[in-house]
Design a protein around this ligand. Structure first.
Ligand SMILES: C[S@@+](CC[C@H](N)C(=O)[O-])C[C@H]1O[C@@H](n2cnc3c(N)ncnc32)[C@H](O)[C@@H]1O
Length: 410
């Protein structure tokens, strides 16, 4: 992983950089939109591409509606110096945080679902593969009674007994106060190997990979495919995935950087100090497009976490959603340093008819943030979308639409 590119940072302001961008041989399209009586430039280009193969292996865990590491990296490289604090208030699998820490920044993360801290914390302080191998060999699991027989549609009974054994092991270690970063790593990897479409997962074939099917729908998949779960060796699969996640070298001192992770609603984060953050790169839940609780139900069961009813935002009504976004912007403004920046990604929803970025810009202006511009990264091919069975340029998110904001210097 290269260090931050000082030339990018000092080569001109963000407008100049976006207007003159020509890395993939396309000129930037520019228009001016009038939003809440403010003229806002909109820049469109292929600013990063799915064809780039330079993402660190540590990113390779699945999470619904995650963005590619190129997205936060684009802004980290342009707005930060090593040591600056980067914050993601809706961190999900932690793409922003892992990328920022790889670039030598300090990170603060937040997500209302405690599952996120499990997915992210382990990858911000990873053990070595040999530590993991040693631990996998030393953990003794007696034959555990199967806790949830309904899950036998996904798992062979011996695999499910191992999964339940892992659950019990983590609970015991936490109770004894001996749960360490190696345990945290194994828990994170297990939760990502639960269900999927290949023999690299604990389950029988199931799709989609990062959206656990319900028991009933898995039953139907099994009948349709004439399949029954076979035994999977959970230890061997955890070790294999560990080696692949840690295949790329980590920058010196990566694990010594101290990340702080919170589990609050993004609009109310009193534990984060005022004026402490240089850059926020984030994407909120887009109205009601994803039900994060339903999506993660099996991982949450495995990790023994739950979310209070209604805490995960899932709004059908645009005004309700915007009221929450405005509250968030007030909070983001509080935690930002003077002249700090926000890159706020919203997807293309309702087949592109609803320009969510315009609405978001209005909410941000209301919270007294300075609108810099809207940046649209348009791609002709989206691998993730194909894997979801979503036809590109017809449904779902095909572009990244990013609202760029600043906090005014006082
Ligand atoms: C679009 S995802 C973020 C994905 C992330 N950018 C990544 O690459 O993994 C939105 C996240 O917002 C979280 N979330 C939903 N309601 C929230 C709230 N009120 N406060 C904080 N996080 C919330 C969800 O749990 C989900 O992880």
């Amino acid at each position: 992983m290269k260090t931050l590119d000082r030339d990018l940072l000092h080569h001109g302001d963000i407008h100049w950089q976006l207007r003159s961008f020509f890395e993939f041989n396309r000129f930037t399209g520019t228009e001016i939109r009038e939003i809440a009586q403010v003229s806002v430039p909109v820049y469109e280009n292929e600013f990063w591409t799915s064809k780039q193969r330079d993402c660190h292996s540590l990113h390779e865990i699945s999470y619904r509606a995650c963005y590619k590491p190129q997205l936060p990296d684009f802004f980290i490289q342009r707005f930060c110096e090593a040591g600056d604090v980067v914050y993601d208030p809706f961190m999900g699998r932690g793409t922003t945080l892992v990328q920022a820490q790889l670039r030598g920044c300090s990170v603060i993360g937040n997500d209302i679902n405690a599952l996120s801290s499990i997915l992210v914390g382990a990858r911000l302080a990873p053990p070595t593969p040999s530590d993991v191998e040693d631990r996998l060999q030393t953990v003794k699991q007696s034959a555990r009674p199967v806790l949830r027989e309904d899950l036998l549609v996904f798992f062979h009974d011996k695999t499910l007994a191992e999964i339940c054994g892992w659950k019990e092991y983590f609970a015991d270690r936490k109770q004894q106060g001996t749960f360490d970063n190696v345990d945290a790593w194994i828990q994170m990897v297990c939760s990502n190997r639960l269900t999927g479409h290949s023999r690299g997962f604990f389950s029988v074939y199931t799709l989609p990979p990062n959206q656990a099917a319900s028991v009933n729908s898995q039953d139907r998949i099994n009948q349709k495919r004439g399949q029954r779960p076979e035994y999977r060796d959970t230890r061997a699969l955890v070790l294999r995935k560990t080696r692949s996640l840690l295949a790329d070298p980590l920058p010196r001192g990566y694990s010594r950087l101290k990340a702080v992770l919170h589990c609050s609603s993004a609009d109310d984060t009193p534990a984060i100090a005022t004026s402490s953050v240089r850059l926020i790169v984030t994407s909120p839940p887009f109205l009601d497009t994803v039900d994060y609780e339903q999506d993660n139900w099996m991982r949450m069961w495995f990790c023994d976490v739950s979310v209070n009813r209604g805490a995960l935002w899932h709004y059908r009504n645009l005004d309700d959603w915007l009221a929450k976004m405005t509250a968030c912007f007030h909070e983001f403004r509080r935690v930002l340093q003077d002249d700090g920046a926000i890159a706020f990604e919203v997807g293309e929803i309702r087949k592109g008819v609803l320009r969510l970025e315009n609405e978001v810009m209005k909410a941000a202006i209301e919270a007294n943030l300075i609108p810099e511009c809207v940046m649209i990264n348009s791609q002709s091919f989206t691998k993730t979308a194909n894997c979801w069975g979503v036809k590109n340029n017809q449904h779902g998110t095909n572009t990244n639409r990013i609202v760029i904001l600043r906090k005014r210097k006082q």
